[in-house]
Design a protein around this ligand. Structure first.
Ligand code: ZN
Length: 217
């Protein structure tokens, strides 16, 4: 009974050529940017569900890119697929994305780039505008302390977390450029990441990210 109710929240076997083609584009693009998956090399499946998530289904040995059933437009679905596919490809890395705020910031920045590559500039602009204008946008110190809460159906972030990481990601990319953003996925320490930036950019970056002596040590 409970299992039946649980399953009714999901729709498996999504036969939507447009979504599947978009997902394949995201997967290939991310592997091109960040290298192959470091977790199990399982296939992925698009699933409609109660919230957006990237799940590892150890029973079926596949990744499930869960996107919200309630979405009405393809743009919303594409943005979420791009976001969750980022997690699918970059899971299990011990680089700077081990920090929640860096990981979610990168999920936003990369999905924005994918949307723009596919011609959805207006939608990418709108997503950023919503974040910037959010009244409860978290600052960097709050972002660093924020924790996600996982339930059976969703991952819940504190209010203002998404707006905070999205705004920060756009600001950071403007400052350091795309190549440096991608290195956040590879570098283990802030010191290593900062070292490759030009000397004049380092101080404003340290300020924007509120990097302490301890984090730079
Ligand atoms: Zn995410």
């Amino acid at each position: 009974m409970i299992l039946k109710k649980l399953l009714s929240l999901y729709k498996f076997d999504v036969k939507d050529d447009q979504l599947n083609e978009f997902a394949a584009y995201c997967f290939e693009t991310y592997v091109g940017w960040f290298g192959p998956q470091q977790g199990p090399q399982w296939p992925y499946e698009i699933v409609f569900g109660p919230s957006n998530m990237c799940l590892r289904n150890c029973i079926l040995r596949r990744y499930e890119i869960v996107i919200m059933k309630s979405y009405e437009t393809n743009k919303q679905k594409f943005a979420s697929i791009a976001h969750e596919m980022y997690h699918c490809v970059t899971k299990n890395r011990s680089s700077l994305i081990r920090f929640l705020w860096v990981d979610e910031m990168m999920a936003f920045v990369t999905s924005q780039r994918i949307l723009r590559q596919r011609g959805y500039h207006d939608y990418a602009d709108l997503r950023l505008k919503v974040a910037i204008e959010s009244p409860d946008c978290m600052d960097i110190l709050a972002l660093k302390k924020a924790k996600a809460r996982k339930t059976m159906f969703q991952i819940i972030y504190p209010d203002g977390f998404a707006a905070g990481v999205n705004t920060l990601g756009a600001e950071l990319e403007k400052l350091v450029g795309w190549e440096a953003m991608t290195r956040l996925i590879q570098c283990i320490s802030w010191k290593e990441w900062l070292y490759a930036l030009s000397a004049d950019v380092r101080p404003p970056v340290c300020q924007l990210l509120a990097l302490s002596e301890q984090e730079l040590g």
